[in-house]
Write a protein that binds this ligand. Structure first.
Ligand code: GLV
Ligand code: MN
Ligand code: MN
Length: 407
């Protein structure tokens, strides 16, 4: 039993056109009109594949193929939202490979003991609404539903309202449900598989992640008449923080990474001293303790930078996801599937967050990685070769079928 590569590629092309950017990337932010168009297309395909489709209170979309016995399903999936100027593989590849697995089971009239299903999670990226992985986070009971609904984008629009606006505010309770397993295929988004010429990564777990928001408040004033000695420039304090955050991994070591990815400057015009800056801090490490120590350094950095420039600050460590270890049986099952396909594979740790991280809290979970060209992702240049995708999708097929069991 093997997936149909041409059919998968055609679906990738069709979904990739929804929110396509001129440079071949994707801009399909969560709960925008393009997200709705992408969801509608996926739901059409899911129904055509005979799946029973439901939508939960977070807009997570489920499609279930019945099993022979009344057992909990094997769920496969990922997300269909993208970052702005992102690529056509992050997220949607996992969703389309799950669909392709189901189509392949249908072609072979395969009857499984456990139902096999697919899921499309809402707002995995956290690019429009923070935090990331919000749909799976609510489902796993890690984020309160009301908090998720009240998340606001840059324009002040509420996630709950946007869900309703695009027609994906479902009625199914967004709560843990009995599942045999959750499997997610995803691009690696790092360099290791490509460097080693290995098509399939057997993901053993995901790094610990922490997100913080720092708001610096100085004094907005005219850029001309205001002498340097009386300025309190929020952006100058922010610059110290950006530099300092960049240096944290050198102090802590252990593969910790740190990023300031977002800077909102007010009023953001050439001729005013910035009165207010809000910035994001993203910390990740394989060792939970390193993240905790890094957060302590961020506290100190904010205090020192604010003091040096005479500005006020507010620091909110608002999101943390613990280091995740995937289920040993599922990891072994994926490895056996890759081995039986005789394709190169190795075990690997994920540096990116995924819905699988939250799903691991409620059911046996595992992931499959395929290589990213030049290790690049969250950019329009994101690319994975079809040969690698085929190996990954077949691994998903065999692992999913093994976990679902032959009827
Ligand atoms: C999701 O893309 C993440 O931030 O890891
Ligand atoms: Mn992703
Ligand atoms: Mn992503």
């Amino acid at each position: 039993m093997r997936i149909d590569r041409k059919r998968l590629e055609a679906s990738m092309d069709a979904l990739g056109r929804v929110g396509a950017t001129p440079k071949g990337g994707l801009n399909r932010l969560a709960l925008t009109d393009d997200d709705r168009r992408g969801r509608d297309l996926l739901v059409t395909w899911m129904r055509e594949a005979g799946l029973a489709v439901t939508v939960d209170q977070m807009g997570n979309i489920f499609g279930i193929r019945a099993g022979a016995d009344g057992l909990p399903p094997v769920l496969m999936g990922s997300h269909a939202d993208s970052v702005p100027t992102g690529g056509r593989y992050d997220g949607q590849l996992g969703v389309l490979c799950a669909l392709e697995v189901i189509r392949t089971l249908n072609d072979g009239k395969v009857s499984t003991r456990h139902p096999v299903g697919m899921v499309i999670f809402t707002n995995e990226e956290g690019a429009r609404f923070q935090p990331a992985m919000i749909g799976s986070g609510v489902m796993a009971g890690k984020i309160p539903l009301e908090d998720a609904y009240n998340a606001r984008d840059r324009d002040g629009l509420r996630l709950g309202d946007e869900l309703e606006r695009i027609g994906y505010l479902g009625s199914e309770p967004c709560v843990p449900r009995p599942l045999r397993a959750y499997l997610e295929l995803h691009i690696e988004q790092g360099p290791f598989l490509e460097e080693e010429g290995i098509p399939v990564g057997i993901v053993e777990g995901i790094v610990a992640i922490a997100w913080s928001r720092l708001t610096l408040t100085g004094v907005q004033d005219h850029a001309g008449p205001t002498p340097m000695r009386i300025r309190h420039d929020a952006l100058v304090a922010a610059a110290d923080v950006v530099r300092g955050v960049r240096d944290i991994p050198r102090t802590i070591g252990g593969d910790l990474v740190s990023t300031v990815g977002r800077l909102d400057v007010t009023p953001n015009i050439p001729n005013a001293i910035p009165g207010r800056v809000a910035l994001s801090i993203d910390l990740r490490a394989p060792d939970e303790h390193h993240v905790t120590r890094a957060l302590g350094l961020v506290d100190r950095l904010a205090t020192e930078a604010a003091h040096a420039e005479g500005v006020d600050y507010e620091l909110d460590h608002y999101w943390r996801v613990p280091r995740t270890h995937f289920d040993l049986e599922v990891v072994d099952t994926i490895e056996r599937a890759a081995r039986s396909l005789r394709c190169g594979h190795r075990r690997i740790l994920s540096g990116a967050g995924h819905d699988a991280q939250y799903m691991a809290a409620i059911c046996p979970t595992g992931m499959i990685f395929v290589p990213s060209r030049d290790g690049r992702s969250h950019c329009e240049e994101e690319f994975t070769a079809m040969d690698d995708i085929e190996h990954g999708a077949n691994t998903l097929l065999l692992a999913g079928a093994a976990l679902a069991g032959q009827a």
